[in-house]
Design a protein around this ligand. Structure first.
Ligand SMILES: Cc1cc2nc3c(=O)[nH]c(=O)nc-3n(C[C@H](O)[C@H](O)[C@H](O)COP(=O)(O)OP(=O)(O)OC[C@H]3O[C@@H](n4cnc5c(N)ncnc54)[C@H](O)[C@@H]3O)c2cc1C
Length: 402
């Protein structure tokens, strides 16, 4: 830590650089900047992101069907906290020199780094995806798909990946574009992790919207105008949306940070990199182990990781040890177009409970959750401790030490 305290007042500035202003990175920036005592602690918080506009990833299937989202400016979201915003594309992290390179030209030094660059669908795993498929990996990618769908007239859209992103996208496209045939292709059954009733509801909603579900399908190649399945069958498609698999930025691995097989930064119990303790990793970019296994990428878990990293940095600045991070899942809300949804309540290890919501109640629940980051961040600015409320997972997360 570079901030030295003399009679309770820091004499040097501690530089915290946060990479990525998604749900996790913004939570870290707002929480940290709001918690720092600006009279006695010299801490400079800089949040770096490729775009100035916040990407609402949870709504990218809406962007892909031409629906306009709110304009959320990252500098405005940071207003009043004292955190600085730096727009640019991070091109390298030098973990020895403790610097970050932006747009290949600017260099930002750090004392503590928060790595929050998120994740995306894996477009490298299957040949042809990079060249012929659309993705929801960024707002721009979703807009390109929206443009294509609006000009198709009629035809077939193949959505590959029967995970929740694939389900939400297939339902949204079918509802917005009834002139198109939507085929949902994936290895597993849609809603496979839900209880049987919730899963059946989800399936009947897809049927009602006209989505043709093909489970047990392994896509091995994407071609112009078709996808090829294992076994040789080809499914004609005028547009292919790829939602399958996950991959992350290669920057952490290139910097020499310890990463897992997917490239995610492996953290200790407090969310610090196991190889570089001055680096915290949060959100989808981090491999965070809990008692039930490594967390999977969600907003519900990502925001708490950002808050926890911020709280830990403040603790370290004040000469205290950071505490272990604990998190238990509590729900899986899934939109099925704008007029239907299903919400599966879960045990902390993400296994389904019996309780679930459907229909209008579920639509309202899902919308409330999706819109909740702004009030959460607003409250955090005034009352930082309010950000630290999330389910710790009870007995499911008690056993752990990195
Ligand atoms: C269509 C869709 C629906 C989803 N629905 C849900 C849901 O209902 N519930 C749920 O919990 N989760 C949902 N998810 C998953 C959720 O969006 C992610 O888990 C969440 O966004 C992770 O947050 P994050 O902050 O780690 O990363 P992100 O939100 O992805 O943020 C990462 C940020 O880093 C920036 N960035 C990346 N690389 C660079 C670079 N080199 N230089 C500069 N900036 C960079 C990106 O532009 C982005 O702003 C959904 C995802 C999708 C795609």
């Amino acid at each position: 830590m570079s901030a030295q305290h003399e009679a309770g007042v820091a004499t040097t500035t501690h530089r915290v650089v946060i990479l990525g202003a998604g749900y996790a990175g913004l939570s870290a920036a707002i929480q940290l900047a709001s918690r720092v005592d600006k009279r006695s602690e010299k801490v400079r918080v800089t949040l770096v992101n490729a775009q100035e506009r916040f990407t609402e990833r949870l709504r990218l299937h809406m962007t892909a069907t031409g629906q306009r989202l709110a304009e959320l400016s990252i500098p405005e979201l940071l207003e009043g906290t004292g955190a600085h915003f730096e727009r640019g594309w991070v091109t390298a992290v030098d973990a020895d020199a403790k610097t970050v390179r932006i747009d290949d030209e600017r260099v930002l030094p750090y004392d503590t780094l928060v790595y929050a660059l998120g994740g995306m669908a894996d477009t490298a795993a299957v040949p042809g995806v990079e060249d012929h498929a659309y993705t929801l990996n960024s707002a721009q990618d979703a807009e390109v798909l929206a443009d294509r769908l609006s000009r198709l007239g009629s035809g077939t859209v193949a959505v590959v990946g029967s995970g929740l992103t694939g389900v939400e996208a297939a339902a949204e496209i079918a509802e917005r574009h009834p002139e198109l045939t939507v085929v949902l292709l994936g290895r597993g059954e849609p809603g496979a992790a839900m209880n049987p009733k919730a899963r059946a509801y989800l399936r009947s909603a897809l049927d009602r919207l006209g989505v043709r579900v093909r489970s047990g399908a392994e896509v091995v190649k994407v071609l112009p105008g078709a996808v090829e399945l294992a076994g040789g069958e080809s499914v004609a498609a005028d547009a292919v949306l790829w939602t399958s698999g996950t991959r992350v930025s290669p920057l952490a691995a290139a910097a020499g940070l310890t990463v897992d097989e997917r490239g995610r930064v492996v953290t200790d119990a407090t969310l610090r990199s196991v190889s570089h303790p001055e680096v915290y990793a949060v959100g989808d970019a981090a491999a965070i182990r809990q008692g039930y296994g490594v967390m999977h990428g969600t907003c519900q878990g990502g925001m708490p990781t950002g808050v926890h990293a911020a709280v830990s940095i403040v603790r370290e600045l004040r000469g205290k040890r950071p505490k272990p991070f604990r998190f238990g899942y509590y729900h899986t809300p899934v939109s099925l177009g704008r007029n239907d949804a299903v919400v599966q309540f879960t045990h902390p290890d993400d296994s389904p409970r019996r309780l679930h919501l459907t229909g209008r109640v579920a639509v309202r629940y899902k919308e409330t959750v999706t819109a909740s980051p702004w009030p959460t961040w607003g409250r955090m600015k005034k009352m930082p401790a309010s950000g630290a409320f999330w389910p710790r997972g009870g007995r499911f997360t008690r056993v752990r030490e990195a």
